[in-house]
Design a protein around this ligand. Structure first.
Ligand SMILES: CSCCC(=O)C(=O)COP(=O)(O)O
Ligand SMILES: [Zn+2]
Length: 212
């Protein structure tokens, strides 16, 4: 059992709550869907408690978990998807924040492809770290949904180690987007960029193809 006690840094907690409320306000996290975290050190993260209303999140709705997915305060219930967050922190020590949304565009798009969503020709691709031109193709990996989150996290680890996750986000089919960044601000930019791009792709589909 991890007995380390944390004084939760107020500025970090407030920054996370602010981005979660923003996301809730965009309707990207309805009906308590979505979960949100930031790295505290190499063994712990601050994460949303399960089943909280993300549109009106409070700093008291956050809690500390270690990377074995154990709550430091065992009276609190961590997000059901904590294992995906902690897996990402362990896969890349540069990841400082993980944001998981349940938007309509991400959900429907993830059901319309097999292994990846391919994005090409949009200026907004440059919102995603490492992308410098609309002429490149951004490939976002799609994973089958699984109620066994540790198993899903293992699958993410497998694809990561094969070099098949090379954007700061992934989709879970019929479920939503996981996006991350070095800090809350970069992770938020990635969520906004992905959500914009998914929305464009879906609207093009509805229109019967590219409008060019
Ligand atoms: C009604 S959303 C179903 C659970 C989910 O996918 C999610 O993102 C929220 O789970 P949490 O335990 O983090 O509230
Ligand atoms: Zn979810």
């Amino acid at each position: 059992m991890d007995t380390k006690k944390f004084d939760i840094p107020a500025d970090k907690a407030e920054a996370l709550v602010e981005v979660v409320r923003f996301i809730g306000g965009q309707n990207w996290s309805p009906a308590t869907g979505g979960n949100y975290s930031l790295r505290l050190d190499n063994f712990h993260c601050l994460i949303t408690q399960s089943s909280k209303d993300k549109r009106n999140l409070q700093t008291s709705d956050l809690m500390v978990c270690n990377f074995n997915n154990q709550a430091l305060d065992p009276t609190l219930k961590p997000s059901a998807e904590t294992a995906l967050h902690t897996k990402l922190y362990q896969l890349d020590s540069e990841i400082g924040c993980v944001l998981h949304t349940h938007s309509v565009p991400a959900t429907v798009l993830s059901r319309s492809v097999s292994e990846q969503v391919r994005i090409h020709g949009f200026e907004m691709q440059k919102a995603l770290y490492g992308n410098t031109s609309h002429t490149e193709t951004v490939c976002v990996s799609v994973f089958d949904n699984n109620q066994d989150i540790p198993a899903l996290a293992k699958e993410v680890e497998r694809k990561w180690q094969q070099g098949n996750i090379n954007q700061p986000g992934l989709l879970v089919r019929g479920h939503g987007l996981y996006a991350w960044g070095r800090d809350v601000f970069e992770a938020r930019r990635h969520v906004e960029g992905f959500e914009f791009l998914f929305s464009c792709l879906w609207q093009e589909r509805l229109a019967g193809g590219m409008l060019l």
